[in-house]
Every structure is written in structure tokens, then in C-alpha cells.
Ligand binder design. Structure first.
Ligand code: PEP
Ligand code: MN
Length: 301
């Protein structure tokens, strides 16, 4: 018995269990580079160790009216980045009658919103064929979790030289996330932001929540990379009631940004109506987040 408990054989001096020193040297040298990375979106708008931009907005750009309404709210709260997702991957093929990917129209409304508010726009690129249109308007491209290893898409997005949010697939290891990130960096685009958006675990998809926000991944990623790590409590929990706590936990874990869904009337959202915060709930979370960020010498922007 005593022999079995001996720890002498545990000679693993690697930085983490699944990422080895050889990986860092040969497979993922750019994403694990020790050089600190601050991603500038525009004057005064940075994903950095000192600033936590909050990206907010509805799940999708369902209508001109909706995106304008939310954009005005985002602007009035002093935030600077709007979710402008006119292309949406859905887990199941059936769509509610009111649901429509507004695509080109949605991007045109985002253009208008930009002109009126000066907000920056994040848009998910679901397929290469939409990239040209999205690139005209979006300030930040998002690669969704389902596309994390769509390598051609990563390459094409990288070549726009726009900042990119790469979401970790809900079943991907950190090593695989880094592999995907490296595919972007090797193209010469280092405006990379990694996003933790929840993982699928056996007990999820039941009563509690659809995914589990992997708070520990935020801390682990921060140990291994100097690129900004952001957190998406809305997609992780799928459940508005959990979003405030997960937001605060993400800030405490050291995230460099957040994605939080907001909708004037969440139950009207055509997709995932249980996850956005309403305006009032969002304002409360924002105020508390500002106080919490201060504790860590950071600023919500
Ligand atoms: C989204 O941000 O709208 C989205 C679809 O997220 P994810 O890829 O994390 O599911
Ligand atoms: Mn979604």
C-alpha cells in the first residue's frame, strides 16, 4: 500500500498536464509567447490587463428596431462594443417563425448603428462566403465555438487583419484551442482574443444549465498565454439568473473582457430567450462589475 502512494515517479515538470514543453516550443510557440499582448480596437478601447471591455447586445440582429434600441442603451451606459450578429449558427435546424438570419440587411442596419452611435461591432462569421460583407462593417470578427477548428475559415478571417474573437469549442481542450489560435497567428494576424464560453459536461443539458462556464480555464489560459481572455457567461449558462454571478466570477478569475447578452424584452428574443438580461438587470450587473473591477485595479469599458 505504502509503495503505491509513493510520489517519486511523478517527475512531470511540464507547465500543465496536457500542454508540454515540446508543444510550446514546436506546436504553439506564438500563442504561448511571453510577450504581453494588448489588443487595440480603437482610440481608448483596449482588451488589456487594465481594461475589461463588455460586449453586449441581443443574440441576433433580428430587426433594425431591435438593434437600434439596444445600441442606444449600450451607448447610454458608456460601453463601446455591440453584438451585431446577423448570421447565426443554431444547434437544431428548426427555426421559430419569427426567426430569420437577417444577413446583408442586418449588416446594413449595423452600419447605420455605427454611424449614429460610434459603437464598434462584433459579428460572427459562420461561413467564408459571408466574410466580404461582414468585413465591410464589423470591427471585430467572431469565430463561433462550433467553428473553432474550421481552419480555412480561421485563415480567411486572419487575412482580413481585423481583431478576432476565437471561442473555445465546448468540447475542446485548451491545447486544441491553442492549436486553432496558432492557425490565426501564423497568418500574421496577432489581434487575437480568446473566449471561454462554457463546456459541455455529462450533467449539463438537464435541470441546471446547458453548459458549465469553465472558470478554471480562464485562470489556466492566463497562465499559459499573454493574449486577452474573455468570458461569455450568457452562452455558458443559457440562463439569465446565472449571468450576474458568472460575470463577477469571471472578473475575479482575471478575464480581460466579457460578452453579456442584453435584450429590451428577453422573452421576445427569437433565439435563446432565457439567456439575455433585460436593461434593468444589465445595468445592475454593470454597476457591480465596475466596483469589482476596481478591486483588481481594472476598469470596465
Ligand atoms: C454567439 O456568441 O452568438 C454564439 C453563437 O456563441 P457560441 O459560438 O459560443 O455558441
Ligand atoms: Mn447564441
Amino acid at each position: 500500500m505504502k509503495e503505491n502512494l509513493e510520489v517519486k515517479k511523478l517527475t512531470n515538470k511540464q507547465p500543465t498536464k496536457d500542454i508540454t514543453l515540446d508543444d510550446i516550443k514546436y506546436k504553439i510557440p506564438k500563442i504561448t509567447s511571453k510577450k504581453k499582448k494588448t489588443i487595440k480596437i480603437s482610440e481608448g478601447l483596449f482588451f488589456s490587463d487594465k481594461t475589461i471591455p463588455i460586449i453586449s447586445g441581443p443574440n441576433g440582429v433580428e430587426s433594425r428596431e431591435l438593434i437600434f434600441k439596444v445600441a442606444k442603451k449600450v451607448k447610454s451606459l458608456g460601453l463601446k462594443i455591440l453584438r451585431g450578429h446577423a448570421y447565426k449558427p443554431l444547434t437544431f435546424p428548426y427555426r421559430s417563425k419569427k426567426y430569420l438570419e437577417t444577413k446583408n440587411d442586418g449588416m446594413d442596419w449595423c452600419d447605420e448603428v455605427k454611424r449614429h452611435t460610434g459603437l464598434k461591432i462584433v459579428t460572427e462569421v459562420t461561413e467564408i462566403k459571408y466574410l466580404d460583407r461582414i468585413n465591410l462593417t464589423a470591427d471585430i470578427l467572431q469565430i463561433g465555438s462550433r467553428n473553432m477548428q474550421n481552419l480555412e475559415l480561421l485563415k480567411e478571417c486572419a487575412n482580413t487583419n481585423k481583431p478576432i474573437i476565437l471561442k473555445r469549442h465546448f468540447g475542446a481542450s485548451l491545447r486544441d484551442l491553442f492549436g486553432a489560435a496558432e492557425h490565426i497567428l501564423v497568418e500574421g494576424n496577432d489581434k487575437l482574443i480568446l473566449c471561454e464560453r462554457g463546456i459541455s459536461a455529462p450533467h449539463t443539458h438537464r435541470e441546471t444549465s446547458r453548459f458549465i462556464l469553465d472558470i478554471q480555464a480562464i485562470t489556466a489560459l492566463k497562465e499559459l498565454t499573454k493574449y486577452p481572455i474573455i468570458s461569455d457567461p450568457s452562452h455558458a449558462s443559457f440562463w439569465a439568473n446565472y449571468v450576474p454571478g458568472l460575470t463577477y466570477a469571471s472578473i475575479a478569475a482575471g478575464c480581460n473582457g466579457l460578452i453579456i447578452e442584453m435584450h429590451p424584452k428577453p422573452s421576445d428574443s427569437a433565439v435563446d430567450p432565457l439567456q439575455p438580461l433585460n436593461f434593468n438587470q444589465f445595468s445592475k450587473v454593470l454597476n457591480k462589475s465596475k466596483k469589482l473591477a476596481k478591486l483588481f485595479q481594472k476598469k470596465i469599458i
